[in-house]
Structure formats: C-alpha cells, structure tokens
Design a protein around this ligand. Sequence first.
Ligand code: ADP
Length: 355
Amino acid sequence: MLYDLELKSVGKTYPDGTVAVSDFDLKVEKGEFVAFLGPSGCGKSTTLRMIAGFEEITNGDIFIMGQNISKTPPEKRPTSMIFQNYALFPHMSVRQNIAFGLDIKGTPKAEKDRKIDRILDMFNLTEFADRKADKLSGGQRQRIALARGLVVEPEILLLDEPLGALDANLRRIIQNELKLLQRDLGITFVFVTHAQSEALGLSDRVVVMSNGVVEQISAPKELYTRPATPFVAGFIGSNTLIEGKPSQGRDQELQQIETRYGPISGVGAADANLAVIPAEAFTLGLRNTPGEIRLEGTVTAKQVVGSIGYFRVKLSDGYEIEVEAHAGAIEAQNYALGSPVTLGVDPMSVTLIHH
Ligand code: ADP
C-alpha cells in the first residue's frame, strides 16, 4: 500500500543535545486527518517542521507518496504549512498574501490569477481581496492563512496550532469549517494541538506524544475508551488508576488484577498491573450485572450540572477518585457530603494496562 505520508523511525536531536523526538513511526492514508496531541514541549512542532522540511531530520526517513523526501528542500515538498500566528504579511493585500506560495513556485500570471480567484471565492474573501491583511478580523486572517496554504494545491496540509489565536467561539466555528473543508478537498491534514477536545473532535486518528515519544496512535473513540499507556490514561479524559497484580479471573473474555480494593476485571493484557476506570463508568449503587466491580467510599464533593452529577469519592484507604454519574442527577441528589456510597463498574468499561 502506498501511503500519503510515512515516518520511519524519525528522530531529532538538536545541536545542544536536546532529544526532541525519537523513533517516530507513522503511516497516514490519503485524505486522513491526523492530530499530534501532547503537552507543550513533547515534540509535536518539531515533527511537523521535519515533515515540512524546516527542520533537519537526525534519524530515520520521511516518505510522501512513497518518495523519500528527507533531504528535499521545503519548497520542493508537496506540503503547505499553516502557523499559529498565520505569518501573514500585514501590509500586503489579501490577494498578495495568497499569491505568495504561487510566486515562489514561479506560477505563470494567468494561472496564478485563476487559482487565487477560485480560492478567494471558496473562502468568501473576494470582497476583501484588495484589503491589507492587518485590516481584517481574526477569523478572516485565519481564512487567508488557510487559503494561502491550499492555493498551492499541496498533497499534505500541515497545521501548527492554527486555531490557537482565536477566541473560544470563533474557534468552534472555524473547527467546524476546517473539518468540512478537509472532507470536501480530500487533502491529508496533519494538525498539531495541545487541546484534547480539538484533537478528539476533528481528527480521524490521534497521535499522543510525551517527551518526544509516541505513546499511542488511535481513533479518538478508542483513545478515549482504551488508553494504551499510563500517560494516555492520565492525559485523556478523567480516569481512576488502580495498581494491582495479575491474577486468574473466572471470565474467559476478561483479564483480572488483584488490587487493594479486591479483584478488578477488565479488557487488556493478561499480565497487566494497572486498572484504568473512566469517571463516567461508575454507577451510584450496584446494578448487579455479571462481574460488576464494587468500590465503597465516602462522598467528599458533589456538583450536579444538568443531567450529570460530578462527585469526588474517598475510598477506604483515603484515595480520592472522580466519578461522573450520567443521567444520575436525580439519584445524585440523594448523596449528601460525607455519606457512604457504593460504586459499581461494568468490567467491559475497564482497561487493564502495564505501568
Ligand atoms: P511542542 O511542539 O510539542 O510544544 P517542540 O517540538 O516545540 O514541542 O519542542 C520539543 C523539545 O525540543 C522541547 O524540549 C523544546 O524545548 C526543544 N526544542 C525546540 N526547538 C529547539 C531548538 N531550536 N533548539 C533546541 N531545543 C529545541
């Protein structure tokens, strides 16, 4: 299979010895929307810049449509990059800004004008074509940056926190537009963000990174429900982590570990030693379903918002956990601070991993 983008063991050590990225492996199909997600400094931008060619690779190789482009200069790569601050030329017109990439490529004037007119129309920017870029709103500047990246018809669009400068409302609107645009164009998008909701909401697959290492590559739903490492379990969603030792369960389908609260079954590896329980997997009271996990505790904090009850529950040994009782708001009203609570968990919603 020919991948649109392939990273093979890609690594980057900066001249000062900082290892920013190590052994990054990734295969991206044509038209996929992939997000790099992780805390600041984990190596997301460095990886994106290596794909764009703005940063030299120190280990491994990068392929685009089967071609090794590791040594190809940026302007010769079929990629376009969109930066967080948009990097527009403030005193140039919208049209001149969009023309920039085509000028670098030496596109003939007639073809250039045709392409710019088309993209201006697509982004509803035609009426602003002659206005200076610094005389436009944040949302319009964002569109110019996207238009400038797309006008050169890249194989892959690289986006480095492109929505970071927008306020929350505009961010949501542009997120939506971005997703529709990507679907329409069928161009491969690689998107860098430190915002979990953005990565999970926009992309087909998410690459979670920490300290220059890929922790997990999964579709958003799987990432959320089946974290593969303790880092991902701590970073995505709101999970309770309970350590234990592998033990023999009765169920053929599920694995089991022995913890300080008794046996906990779940989906995962036979020799796992850490149970990951999502906050929303807990029920207030038992449902008496087969294999149900039972935890006893005391309510230490409670907040009911709409149909969700948010609890903090202190377990027998003082360990406090987060519990989200969905559609349990009415039931949640019955639990006063300090009152005992029995929590039930369906083992199918528990993931057992290694730490
Ligand atoms: P992210 O995009 O995830 O915030 P970066 O890729 O920007 O992370 O940075 C990864 C690591 O590399 C960080 O430790 C950062 O300090 C370091 N780094 C980034 N650029 C340079 C550079 N030019 N020289 C040395 N270290 C750098």
